[in-house]
Ligand binder design. Structure first.
Ligand SMILES: *Cc1c(COP(=O)(O)O)cnc(C)c1O
Length: 397
């Protein structure tokens, strides 16, 4: 059984704050500053360039990738860290399309995060040659998987509603139709149990600064199924993905398996913070996280619906169809969220009127949920959100 009192104690949550935005940026692991300082002073400071060998910086992307693999049901040796999620989406999509060369259609859905869709559009422009991005409603994805489709580009849990796709079912249907799958796990990794092996996923990508608590700008990950690992072309053919980076050869020769998905020099400092965050995950069972997350989300929905009739649930009601966040819609959602933040409850807002609340059991408990409901109720009953300072839009919402 996971000890959630222990996990909560591993994070710095500022006094008096209820943090319901771990779906955007996880909190600071208490151990991170000391470990980062130690790394900088003893490794970077003392070892300088020799740290690449002496402290294993060069192997860090696959070593940390193996720690992520455990959390997403991936084979060891088939996940690598680096770059940002947007870039990993591009790489996975390009590699997947090249594995299905007779087809031209990328299938995605309208709940996908814009950057994933932009990356697909950009890649299509680059490829020319009649490629097409087909975007359907999330409920229509299954029916749209036909032998015409080359690749599905789907985010398992949608960022606005928290709606969850049936990864295993859609992957099976895709394979029956000769379609390659790219799964974005941005709102899955650390939020819900993921089993890439069982689902038979072809490619997966994700970020580590949301539920995994790796810190702002923490590196992304990419998974390539073993059956594709030595056939997939990395698209971004950087020297770190070369079979012999330090031979400095003129021509590109893709490295073995997942190594080829590396692009350039790894972000060692950022990955060190992530490495610390993953220490917490070593003592966590995803099944426990899921059970607690469902309890917390159900408690929040029930409390809000009972006390705040102005808000309407924007997430699926059935927990099996949800990730680890709950969204409500309200015309004045932006101002309400600003008022909540001013009162120490941090969620976030997505245009036009969606208030999002993430429930990360590692550091959120029932008392937080009850207090958040109480504060939200007070703000709505007293229309305390209706003040100029809460109505003015900030750059990051
Ligand atoms: C958070 C998120 C991103 C962000 O991409 P970055 O390159 O890390 O900024 C992309 N896709 C999805 C589905 C996300 O949820």
């Amino acid at each position: 059984m996971t000890d959630f009192d222990w996990t909560r104690d591993q994070f710095h949550i500022p006094q008096g704050l209820i943090y319901l935005d771990g779906n955007s940026l996880g909190p600071l692991p208490k151990m991170a500053p000391a470990r980062m300082m130690q790394m900088m002073e003893q490794e970077w400071g003392e070892q300088l360039i020799t740290g690449w060998n002496a402290s294993g910086w060069m192997a860090q992307p696959t070593r940390v990738g193996d720690r992520i693999a455990r959390l997403i049901g991936a084979e060891q040796g088939h996940v690598v860290m680096g770059d940002t999620l947007s870039i990993k989406v591009f790489q996975a999509l390009a590699a997947a399309l090249a594995l299905n060369p007779d087809r031209r259609v990328i299938l995605s859905d309208s709940s996908n995060f814009p950057s994933d869709l932009y990356m697909a559009e950009g890649l299509i422009q680059l490829l020319g040659d009649g490629f097409e991005l087909r975007v359907v409603a999330p409920e229509e994805v299954e029916a749209a998987i036909t032998p015409e489709i080359a690749v599905t580009l789907l985010t398992e849990v949608g960022y606005t509603t928290g709606r969850r796709h049936d990864m295993a079912g859609l992957t099976a249907k895709a394979h029956d139709n000769g379609v390659i799958t790219v799964w974005d796990l941005a709102h899955s990794a650390g939020a819900i149990p993921v089993d890439l092996m069982r689902a038979g996923a072809d490619f997966a990508v994700g970020c580590t600064y949301k539920y995994l608590n790796g810190g702002p700008g923490a590196p992304a990950f990419i998974y390539v199924a073993p059956r594709h690992a030595d056939a997939a072309q990395p698209a971004l053919a950087g020297w770190m993905g070369h079979a012999r980076p330090f031979a400095f050869e003129q021509g590109y020769d893709a490295g073995n398996g997942i190594q080829r998905m590396r692009v350039g020099t790894p972000p060692v400092l950022a990955m060190t913070a992530l490495d610390v965050a993953l220490d917490v995950w070593d003592r966590v069972e995803m099944a426990d996280v899921r059970a607690r997350s469902v309890e917390l989300c159900e408690r929040f929905i029930a409390g809000v619906e009972q006390n705040c009739p102005q808000l309407s649930l924007h997430s699926p009601r059935d927990p099996d169809l949800r990730g680890s966040q709950v969204s409500f819609r309200f015309e004045h959602g932006y101002a309400v969220m600003q008022a909540l933040i001013a009162d120490g409850v941090i969620g976030d807002f997505r245009a036009p009127d969606v208030m999002r609340f993430g429930f990360a059991p590692l550091y959120v408990n029932e008392r937080d949920v009850d207090e958040a409901i109480g504060i939200l109720t007070r703000i709505l009953r007293g229309a305390l959100w209706d003040r100029p300072e809460f109505l003015e839009r900030k750059a990051v919402t």
